[in-house]
Ligand binder design. Structure first.
Ligand SMILES: *Cc1c(COP(=O)(O)O)cnc(C)c1O
Length: 385
């Protein structure tokens, strides 16, 4: 963290003086990159509206910073998962359209209405409950209707959706959005994707006059047939990839941990808990201030049979060696020129040189899990847009 970046953070958010030295690892979140990624997608999706999905604390990056940055860039419609997330977002964005994707649990309608929050209604009982609430207060309150076009998670069946469409003037409210969700859009040419698009187009026609939305990030990249009236990107905003083999947009996070000590170990010795990785040559090792308690996934560690994640130290890639422990991880720095490395130097695990998706692949998971696992122990710095 340079002094200039720290200063930007302080002026942007009045967080007061902070020192990157006290924390083991520093997570730098580039709000300008997130805003630019939203702009890229908004331009791509136009004339459809580009919403922003900020569930799970804006994919782990801090909704209290990310949502206002997106609003300032022009986003007006936001999606979260839970009522609690929606309530928090309402305090941040008094004017936004806020949808809660997971819908309505029994008795929650008054809480949604009190904060002008919009449930995404995915079953007949939810639709009935929202309609009953609207009638009881005498107001037509907006809510989305979610239709299952083949994912079999949330949503009305096609049959139920057709019935709701034909009786929609008796529901007690006017749907403000009809939506569905793609199950396989991250896999190019998966046959389910086109089938879902065709089914959704039929449903959207039945809800004539109601804005329609199908596309997540991957769908947003798939062209106008998938855009309908509103797109709902998440992962692409945050620097993750959406479709296998297609590049991500601008990286939005940098994760760097400090080197605590270096040491030598001989060929044949093992490193870390469980002695899972044996050194094939005399090696230099660097122990860094990051572990699974930070949310740095233990599955990204290295063994003799499965190599782990890498970090960039002094401009060069260095592999992890051995297991990741709770608070520490070890890098093989043998290939760095002697004397390039000082105690306290940074090892970069995510950033311009190492993408969220690369780390995810090394940990056997997806970029979404890498981001949403980023824990509270990292010192967080926000770069103002
Ligand atoms: C999470 C989510 C999105 C955003 O998905 P990305 O793949 O992150 O773009 C969109 N729609 C729904 C229903 C979701 O649950």
């Amino acid at each position: 963290m340079t002094a200039a970046q720290t200063h930007e953070h302080e002026t942007a958010h009045a967080a007061g003086p902070r020192s990157g030295d006290a924390a083991g690892a520093v997570l730098t979140i580039d709000l300008g990159a997130i805003a630019a990624n939203w702009r890229t997608l908004a331009d791509l999706a136009g004339p459809a509206e580009c919403a922003a999905v900020v569930k799970a604390n804006a994919y782990g990056l801090g909704v209290e910073y990310v949502a206002p940055a997106l609003w300032a860039e022009g986003a007006r419609t936001f999606f979260v998962a839970h009522l609690q997330e929606a309530q928090k977002l309402r305090r941040l964005l008094p004017q936004a359209n806020i949808y809660a994707l997971n819908g309505l649990l029994p008795g929650m309608a008054p809480a949604f209405a009190a904060d002008m929050l919009r449930p995404v209604l995915g079953s007949l009982p939810e639709i009935t409950e929202w309609g009953t609430h609207c009638r009881s207060v005498g107001e037509d309150l907006p809510a989305a209707v979610h239709v299952d076009t083949g994912m079999h998670r949330l949503g009305l069946s096609l049959h139920e959706a057709a019935e709701i469409a034909s009786t929609r003037h008796e529901l007690g409210f006017t749907p403000s959005l009809v939506m569905s969700h793609l199950a396989c859009a991250d896999t190019p040419d998966h046959p389910l994707t086109a089938r879902q698009q065709a089914r959704f187009a039929d449903i959207a026609r039945l809800f004539d006059g109601v804005p329609a939305s199908l596309a997540n990030s991957a769908g947003t990249l798939m062209g106008a047939d998938y855009h309908f009236n509103l797109v709902r990107p998440g992962i692409l905003l945050y620097g993750g990839g959406a479709i296998e083999g297609r590049p991500a947009l601008r990286p939005a996070v940098r994760l760097a941990a400090r080197i605590i000590q270096t040491c030598h170990a001989s060929a044949g010795e093992t490193v870390g808990y469980g002695a899972m990785e044996r050194l094939e040559r005399d090696s230099r090792l660097a122990v860094v201030h990051i572990g699974y308690a930070d949310g740095f996934l233990r599955a990204a560690g290295s063994t003799d049979v499965r190599k782990g994640a890498e970090a960039i130290v002094a401009g060069q890639r260095c592999p992890l060696v051995g297991r990741i422990s709770m608070d520490l991880a070890t890098l093989d720095i043998t290939d760095l020129p002697e004397n390039t490395l000082e105690r306290g130097m940074e090892a970069e695990f995510l950033g311009a040189g190492i993408s969220v998706d690369e780390l995810a692949t090394k940990a056997g998971t997806i970029g979404y899990e890498v981001l949403t696992s980023l824990g509270p122990r990292y010192e967080r710095h926000y770069l103002a847009p």
